[in-house]
Design a protein around this ligand. Structure first.
Ligand code: SF4
Length: 260
């Protein structure tokens, strides 16, 4: 079986990010099939939570790297991490073994579920995806599993934010298809009152082209009504890091991850 822990990888938002992939299944397990996904097409589309790796195996892997130099433990990997039903237990375990804050990168799709919000609340930082402002664009950009409704997801994130004591960041991936809706997306971001907004564009090779620095700067101005910091991927420094296991790291980031 492949290893659960990979990296550290350089993350534009989290510095040296030690990855944990609780899915570890062949292909990609996700509730979305985003047009810009660097992992290719979703091979295991689902919204059902399940246990993909055991806590015993994760314990063993984390015990072996207790002294790792990293800034964050980040739950991400080969799909949507909240699909792992043992996410909450895994976050607690990571905190008990490594002296590092924990982040989760989520596509927000399961935020309407109370069990998922409870799991995510154990993290120090949650980075939640919000790329669109309406259902039609949601279908076009994120290509969700049929019954997922954007309005439910937005209310789920709102509910989560109202209780969460950690840092909630919204990540907006901007591409040709959604770039003209920056104001509408900013309005939803304002409603959600995150602690930070991260404006991203796919800089690494994938099926769609990234926006230019000037396009991103103009989009950033549409978010100027927010009271929280708004950062773009072009402004961020990237730390130099040496991964624990290059093969495992490249398997999760064949062309480097857009989400980290
Ligand atoms: S970018 Fe993230 S949410 Fe979108 S399909 Fe890929 S893994 Fe799933």
């Amino acid at each position: 079986m492949n290893s659960i822990v990979y990296g550290p990888v350089p993350s534009w938002r989290l510095g040296r990010s030690l990855g944990i992939d609780l899915l570890c299944a062949p292909g990609k397990t996700c509730s979305f099939d985003c047009v810009y996904c660097q992992l290719g097409r979703t091979t295991n589309p689902t919204t059902e939570r399940g246990e993909f790796v055991s806590i015993g195996k994760l314990t063993k892997e984390l015990e072996e790297i207790k002294d790792i130099a990293a800034d964050y433990v980040t739950f991400s990997g080969t799909g949507e991490p909240t699909l792992a039903s043992n996410l909450g237990q895994a976050i607690e375990l990571a905190k008990s073994i490594l002296p590092l804050p924990v982040a989760v990168l989520t596509n927000s799709s399961l935020m309407p579920r109370e069990d998922v919000r409870e799991n995510l609340a154990k993290a120090d930082v949650v980075v939640a995806k919000l790329d669109v402002h309406n259902q039609e664009l949601f279908r076009q950009v994120n290509r969700p599993i049929a019954d997922l409704m954007l309005s439910d997801i937005i209310e789920g994130v709102k509910h989560f934010k109202s209780k969460f004591v950690g840092k909630l960041c919204l990540q907006v991936m901007l591409i040709e298809a959604n770039k003209t809706f920056a104001r509408e997306i900013a309005q939803i971001a304002s409603y959600l009152s995150p602690d930070e907004v991260q404006l991203n564009t796919p800089l690494r090779p994938c099926a769609v082209k990234p926006l230019t620095p000037s396009q991103m700067a103009s989009i950033k101005s549409a978010f100027s009504n927010l009271i929280c910091p708004v950062v773009t991927v072009y402004e961020a420094p990237r730390p130099e890091v040496k991964p624990l296991n290059l093969r495992e790291t490249l398997r999760r980031r064949p062309k480097q991850c857009h989400c980290e």
